[in-house]
Design a protein around this ligand. Structure first.
Ligand SMILES: [Zn+2]
Length: 296
């Protein structure tokens, strides 16, 4: 192998127009042989690797930033009970159903099935996000670098910064709620699907809507419970025991009711201003209908 190398160089040198100016010995420092050159060629990278290893070891043992980061990592507890992605699948019976599929409603119902679980996931994500913001600021101050969206290791980062960046905590702060709605044609020939990705913010809005609905249901029940016999009597007395629409009384063969002008289902309250006496016939056509701009 070395002989070949010698011959190659020799040929090269002999082939040059200045064979006398440049000899083989000129290529190497005094006292070097081809063998020493080869050893040096292997020795330099090996030496650099050893040097690098020693530097890493020194940083791991005595690095000020490195140890500050370790202490910070220990002090910073993130919630690791959540996932980056939550997947849902819905099978539909027609393409039309698929086209009209309401993902907002899907997530609202899904949330309603398990409000505690969703609440806990969203809370964990928020906590992680809040803690991570502090953690990141602290890391940036510690390392003297900006981390940006993700802590990418730069080629020119000092070794200690690189080592630290590799040990940064990366909590889940923004899980995605992914829903796939699918429809497969009867013989399985065609497959259609639509997807929706909900972020933490969007799911929070869904949760808010869910709580609003629950509150509304509770308030409806409460408003209905306020309708006591005593109040019913007071309203009829106020209206002179007559239907306020047709003027008939019980003596004329109609049954009188106390009616919510704005229905409870539409947010109407059980207060005298929203109550009136109606006969069963006038009440019949009305039920829950309410026209906010018209006479009721
Ligand atoms: Zn009437």
């Amino acid at each position: 192998m070395l002989d070949m190398w010698h011959t190659f160089l020799q040929t090269l040198l002999n082939g040059t127009p200045w064979p006398d100016l440049l000899s083989r010995d000129d290529l190497l420092p005094d006292g070097w042989t081809m063998e020493t050159l080869l050893l040096a060629a292997i020795g330099v990278p090996v030496g650099l690797a050893v040097l690098h290893f020693v530097r890493v070891l020194l940083i791991l043992l005595f690095g000020r930033k490195y140890h500050a980061l370790r202490a910070l990592n220990q002090a910073c507890e993130f919630d690791d009970g959540i996932r980056t992605r939550y997947e849902y699948k819905v099978q539909l019976n027609s393409r039309k159903q698929l086209e009209r599929y309401d993902f907002e409603r899907f997530f609202l119902e899904e949330y309603g099935r398990n409000p505690q679980t969703f609440g806990a996931i969203l809370e964990s994500a928020q906590n992680n996000e809040r803690k991570y913001r502090k953690y990141k600021a602290e890391v940036e101050r510690l390392l003297g670098v900006k981390l940006g969206e993700t802590a990418r290791i730069g080629f020119f980062d000092p070794l200690e910064v690189k080592l630290c960046k590799r040990r940064l905590k990366e909590p889940i702060t923004s899980p995605i709620f992914h829903c796939t709605a699918e429809y497969t044609s009867p013989k399985g020939q065609n497959h259609y699907s639509r997807t929706a990705d909900y972020t933490v913010r969007q799911m929070e809005a869904v949760g808010k809507q869910y709580r609003k609905n629950v509150d509304f249901q509770a308030s409806k029940a409460y408003q209905r419970s306020l309708m006591t016999d005593s109040l019913r009597y007071d309203i009829m007395k106020r209206d002179n025991f007559r239907c306020v629409l047709c003027g008939r009384t019980a003596k004329e063969g109609v049954k009188l009711h106390v009616d919510h002008i704005v229905p409870v289902a539409k947010g109407g309250l059980t207060v005298p201003d929203n109550l009136r006496t109606l006969c069963d016939q006038c009440n019949l056509g009305k039920s829950d209908k309410y026209d906010p701009h018209g006479a009721n």
